[in-house]
Design a protein around this ligand. Structure first.
Ligand SMILES: [Zn+2]
Length: 449
């Protein structure tokens, strides 16, 4: 199927261009011409940008959004949130996991995410037994991505222990647990379920808490290429536990034990010494930042000003999916730094736009982290495109539309194409109604317990 999009402005690899006509052939961009004239039948767009990779998500947590915002009997923290999340996770059926994932994917697409990096650890049945197909739950995630049209990088999680040093897992972690061999089987079955040529798979040792150094070494041996994602240094208690177990901090230990390189994505990496920060930059790994979730969970602030100034690579993830929004992730990333440093426009250099700098960085780092083709509007790239519209009717001028999208309220996503398929029109996903109804039924069942 050939389709053409004519944009008043488009963000091309060389910068913004005017009157851009993009011809799509199947899943890919066939040609890009600027200074063009529109033809009959072209879809019109105001400002066209590449689709954003979402490098870290747990889709099932979407169903908890807004339900954990009251204080418990003692001081509330990440760890009390995690207890609630476990109780919730333990009750979900495969059908419910898919219904929730579909809703999350619809919302991701409507905000301009075109690839889901799913850090997937909810593997087994509610009683902890393996499904007849051990990758049943992974296949539910694949199905949700296929139904909604979002590209997928599936990251089946290896999870074996409750704390550093190979501590036995707790009963409430029973749906997550594998040994290296059962993980290998699950991974192979999950991989066999991936049918679309642009989808990817990678490995995800959950954290240094949940996987020992020996187990991680074996996983890396069995999977010598593809993305490697790990949660790291999100919480101070995790840092302290790691130090008392090994004498090293989590990132310090990871960098000293493994050949961390451009395949790796370090999720959160919130609590860093200067040496750890420089170590990540030098490794070429991507810092997987999830600013909305990190703020919601009270994790702390990633040292983004220094990390970006040193040339560190980063991408954004919607993680707990408490709120799914490309613009919010970029805005909170910048606002955290403004509050910490009491300055404005911290995460940019020279006189360039903050929204533009953050968007370009997250596009590049996100694609790297998810093993995906470069996110760019250029011939030969996947046709992953997001059209922004300015409801205030301002004539857009380059990066200003990105600043108005990230920091203001007038610019919104109008259309989204993924692999050439026009999945969002007028801000709404083509199957929003049906999927939202399924999600509502699931929420009702969960509320009734
Ligand atoms: Zn996470």
């Amino acid at each position: 199927m050939t389709e053409a999009v004519f944009a008043a402005e488009a963000l091309l690899p060389g910068g913004w261009a005017r009157d851009v006509r993009i011809v799509v052939d199947g899943a890919m961009i066939a040609s890009v011409m600027d200074g063009a004239t529109p033809k009959a039948g072209d879809t019109r767009a105001e400002a066209l940008i590449p689709g954003m990779p979402n490098l870290h998500s747990h889709t099932f947590q979407r169903a908890m959004a807004g339900l954990t915002e009251r204080r418990g009997p003692s001081a509330d923290s990440f760890w009390t949130w995690r207890d609630l999340m476990y109780r919730f996770a333990l009750s979900l059926t495969p059908e419910e996991v898919q219904a929730i994932a579909e809703m999350a994917c619809v919302e991701m697409l409507e905000t301009g995410f075109t690839r889901l990096g799913e850090f997937h650890y909810l593997h087994h049945a509610a009683d902890g037994r393996r499904h007849a197909n051990p990758a049943e739950m992974s296949h539910r995630i694949i199905a949700a991505a296929e139904v909604t049209g979002i590209h997928l990088t599936l990251l089946p999680v290896f999870y074996a222990h409750s704390n550093f040093g190979g501590a036995a897992p707790s009963e409430s972690q029973r749906r997550f647990i594998n040994d290296v061999d059962s993980y290998g089987e699950l991974f192979a079955r999950a991989k066999a379920g991936i049918r679309r040529p642009l989808d990817r798979i990678g490995i995800a040792p959950h954290s240094l808490r949940a996987a020992t150094d020996e187990e991680n070494a074996r996983l890396l041996e069995v999977h010598p290429d593809g993305p490697v994602h790990v949660h790291i240094a999100e919480q101070m208690r995790e840092v302290e536990d790691c130090v008392s177990w090994s004498g090293q901090r989590p990132v310090e230990r990871l960098l000293s034990q493994f050949d961390v390189n451009g395949r790796w994505c370090l999720i959160h990496a919130t609590h860093l010494t200067e040496a750890e920060r420089r170590g990540i930059v030098a490794s070429g790994a991507v810092a997987g930042l999830c600013p909305v979730t990190e703020a919601n969970l009270g994790d702390g602030l990633f040292p983004a000003r220094e990390f970006l100034a040193e040339g560190g690579r980063f991408g954004i993830g919607s993680d707990s999916n408490v709120e799914i929004s490309v613009a919010e992730e970029l805005k909170i990333l910048e606002y955290g730094q403004r509050l910490a440093h009491r300055l404005r426009n911290v995460l940019t250099t020279g006189e360039s736009s903050t929204g533009g700098t953050l968007l370009r960085g997250a596009l590049e780092g996100g694609a790297q982290a998810l093993g995906a083709p470069e996110a760019a509007l250029s011939a030969g790239a996947p046709a992953d495109m997001v059209a922004l519209t300015d409801r205030a009717g301002l004539t857009s001028a380059g990066d200003r539309v990105l600043d108005r999208w990230v920091f203001g309220a007038d610019v919104a996503v109008a259309d989204v194409w993924v692999g050439g398929a026009h999945v969002v029109t007028g801000g709404r996903h083509r199957e929003r109604e049906r999927i939202a109804a399924g999600f509502a039924r699931t929420m009702k069942r969960l509320a009734e317990g």
